[in-house]
Design a protein around this ligand. Structure first.
Ligand code: UT7
Length: 329
């Protein structure tokens, strides 16, 4: 009997820039305060890339962290590099090609844009490559230098975002490990609620804009709570599980209130959710792989655990997945 090939995450690594801005730091140059930010979002600090530190540098640092954990040979045989990002170093070439070049990999490379769920989308592509036999070892990275796109005069967005990167290696694993479900969705109708464009007119009201992040926070909040609920339930069902089977919930880290609402709807206790938004803010595609790395470092994930991942963001897009951790290096 031929065995079904199943893809799983076999190695991880993460990186956050050294520079940290606390809520109090922000309140020194904009009309905000720690009380507002922490009660509305759960964010206390965010890591900010240095002037000469870009998305490719953060991605490379996350992969170096992976090598530090598993040895340099972890990258042997990598045949595809995918970088999920909203903030590539350049329109082209891809950030992924810069990572490929840094590590001298004999691999294909491309960037993937699906906003904050980008890393989960990259995981789904890596899964398809591995399970179809097109690739054997895929580096799926989420990397973001979002603070370079922030309008520091707009307190409604400036306080929310941070920079960072998370790297994962995806390859074939034995049953019962690996990716058990994948839910991907988009609703372009809501594109006007969260976007950044190089130049031109606002998608919201037609006014002239510059290259900054624009967001209707309330609309995104409502969408996030709705879609975190529906997509997690779908992902658990597609995996043939119940929410009681979930060992750890690793959601996109945008707002603690959104995370708590999803956790409560799933009936999961607080100890089953990973929260890093207090330390990093929302670093978009990096948030789930960074949170995963923290959970591993904290001894919160063991072989055989069922992890529930979910993310939402501009597009509007969303993605949810259940995977059984293990079969790892
Ligand atoms: O990856 C996806 C990314 N996006 C998200 O996840 C965002 C989802 N949305 C949210 O997290 C929330 O909507 C926010 C945290 C962005 C905002 O929270 P809110 O409870 O929806 O606040 P609001 O936008 O309704 O603003 C309430 C008040 C306003 O003042 P008035 O009009 O009531 O007088 C704002 O001007 O809070 C004011 N405000 C602030 N005050 C202090 C907005 N930003 C700030 C700030 N500091 N930084």
């Amino acid at each position: 009997m031929t065995k079904t090939l199943r893809a799983g995450i076999t190695a991880i690594g993460a990186y956050a820039p050294a520079k940290v801005l606390t809520n109090d730091d922000l309140s020194k140059f904009m009309d905000t305060n720690d009380e507002w930010i922490s009660t509305r979002t759960g964010i206390r600090r965010r890591h900010v890339a240095a002037d000469d530190e870009f998305t490719s540098n953060l991605a490379v640092s996350a992969v170096l962290d992976m090598q530090r954990r598993y040895g340099e040979e972890v990258l042997e045989g990598v045949d595809m590099v995918i970088v999920a990002t909203n903030t590539p170093d350049a329109y082209f070439p891809s950030t992924a090609a810069m990572v490929q070049n840094y590590f001298s990999l004999k691999a294909g490379a491309f960037d993937l844009l699906a906003a904050c769920p980008g890393w989960v989308y990259a995981l789904s592509v890596a899964q398809a490559y591995v399970e179809s036999g097109i690739c054997k070892k895929v580096l799926a990275i989420g990397s973001e230098a979002l603070t370079k796109l922030i309008d520091w005069n707009d307190r409604s967005t400036a306080v929310l975002f941070g920079d960072g990167a998370g790297a994962t290696l995806v390859e074939a694993v034995e049953e019962p490990f690996g990716i058990k479900s994948m839910i991907l969705g988009a609703d372009g109708e809501g594109g006007k609620y969260l976007y950044a464009r190089a130049t031109g007119k606002s998608l919201l009201d037609g006014t002239e804009i510059t290259d900054h992040v624009y967001m209707n926070g309330r609309e995104v909040f409502k969408f996030a709570v709705r879609v975190m609920n529906t997509s997690t339930i779908e992902a658990i069902e597609q995996a043939g599980l119940n929410s009681a089977d979930i060992s750890l919930f690793v959601p996109h880290q945008a707002n603690l209130r959104i995370i708590s609402a999803a956790r409560e709807r799933l009936g999961l206790p607080e100890e089953k959710v990973v929260v890093t938004v207090d330390e990093y803010g929302n670093n978009s595609t990096a948030s789930i792989p960074l949170a995963l790395t923290h959970a591993v470092d904290g001894g919160r994930i063991k072989s055989g655990d069922n992890l529930l991942l979910v993310s939402f963001g501009a597009g509007l897009t969303w993605a949810a997945s259940v995977l059984t951790w293990g079969g790892t290096k």
